[in-house]
Design a protein around this ligand. Structure first.
Ligand SMILES: [Zn+2]
Length: 399
């Protein structure tokens, strides 16, 4: 099939090349046209044409200040740095959970423009989508009113998301199995904002890789710490989703204490040893309103109670054994712990890191570092906002 030269082929190529320029500016920072041509392998004339188009669309600026690293060649003007600005071009990230909904909007350069969280009072009943839809439409409307364009939205969901990124396959805490959530949001947006959904651990992993403690590595593994344990896997800067979209469902891998009964009814699941409730059983404490409040109470107790510290170190050992298994398969450069693990980091990470070192097949293999998330409760919504902009950076969405 000879697409080259045909209008569709030319347009497709142009979008791909535009995506290449945008990604280079986002990942490696501002650059002159010459430098961009070198980075991307595109002809300088092509880069010039793309930069001109992006500038008129408000995505980049080419300011008059010569780059300090650019020396006048004596042949024409020194290069001006092209900078990704795109302050008016936004991705909207949303998160729905059992007890709250959250929204984060970021611009093309990754700057956070809006952060909002609203509690959801469900009194033990499965939540409706009302709070999510209201937050999403309120935030989008106010952004549009202030001159912004919301190009895409993504919702982070605590459950399995079908490979179409539009349907909730299984979200027992929400009771939303089979719900076509993306279509519901698009309807609420009156068709003005294409919307996708993804698993919350995937979104949080993306947030860590683009804004958090995994920005310095290309391959990372993120572990949620709530009642369940889920993973988000980033390889070469991209989410690994698997055949059905369920990659990272690590909580029920049979790598925990073989005598521990899991909520799923089986023995030996990893989350039966390291999930929030397993942790509470180990330290002999009760659950509070949220995982974070629970973990903070346990951390307070650990400060003065040896038996709590010992129990948490044992949990860290189980955590490390599971991480060693995952590390052997995925070879991440960094492992990021989120959720309840964060307040308890000082008690669980040393034991986990030690077991990981002992369990690696060879001392010559690089030992991945276990890090604690610093993004807090908005991690999944922030990652969802990055997800929403992903099509811009592939060139699929024209600017
Ligand atoms: Zn299980």
């Amino acid at each position: 099939m000879a697409l080259t030269g045909s209008p569709a082929g030319t347009e497709h190529l142009r979008r791909q090349n535009t995506g290449l320029v945008l990604r280079s500016l986002r990942v490696d920072g501002p650059a002159t046209r010459t430098e961009l041509a070198r980075r991307t392998g595109l002809a300088k004339a092509t880069v010039g044409s793309i930069v001109g188009e992006l500038e008129s669309g408000g995505a980049v600026t080419e300011n008059g200040t010569a780059s300090t690293t650019t020396v006048p060649s004596g042949r024409g003007r020194p290069g001006k740095p092209v900078t990704l600005t795109g302050e008016a071009i936004l991705g909207l990230g949303l998160e729905v959970n059992v007890d709250y909904v959250a929204a984060v909007a970021i611009d093309l350069s990754g700057r956070v423009k809006v952060v909002e969280t609203r509690p959801v009072a469900t009194a033990g009943r499965p939540p409706s989508a009302t709070e999510l839809v209201e937050l999403a439409t309120d935030v989008r409307s106010s952004l549009i009113a202030s001159g912004h364009t919301v190009v895409r939205a993504t919702v982070a969901v605590p459950g399995l998301v079908a490979h179409d990124n539009r349907t909730v396959s299984w979200a027992p805490n929400l009771g939303w199995n089979g719900r076509e959530l993306a279509a519901e949001l698009e309807h609420a947006f009156a068709g003005g904002c294409p919307t996708t959904i993804d698993n919350d651990a995937n979104c949080a992993a993306l947030a860590e890789a683009s804004h958090g403690v995994a920005v310095d590595v290309e391959d990372s593994l993120y572990l949620t710490g709530t009642i369940g344990i889920g993973a988000g896997i980033v390889q070469r800067g991209t989410l690994l989703r698997g055949g059905a979209g369920f990659a990272g469902e690590v909580g029920h891998m049979p790598i925990g204490d073989p005598t521990a009964t899991c909520g799923c009814g089986r023995l030996g699941c990893w989350e039966a040893s390291i999930g929030l409730r397993a942790m509470l059983t180990a330290v002999g404490m009760d659950e509070q309103a949220t995982p974070l409040q629970t973990a903070t109470a346990v951390a307070d107790r650990a400060a003065s109670d040896d038996s709590v510290r010992t129990a948490l170190a044992a949990l860290g050992g189980h955590l490390g054994r599971g991480i060693a298994t995952l590390a052997a398969v995925l070879d991440p450069s960094a492992i990021v712990l989120g959720g309840y693990f964060v307040p308890l980091g000082e008690h669980v990470v040393p034991a986990a890191q030690q077991v990981l070192a002992e369990r690696l097949p060879s001392a010559d293999i690089h030992l991945p570092e276990i890090r604690l998330s610093t993004l807090g409760i908005h991690a999944a919504a922030l990652g969802a906002a990055e997800h929403a902009l992903a099509d811009v950076f592939t060139g699929a969405v024209p600017l």
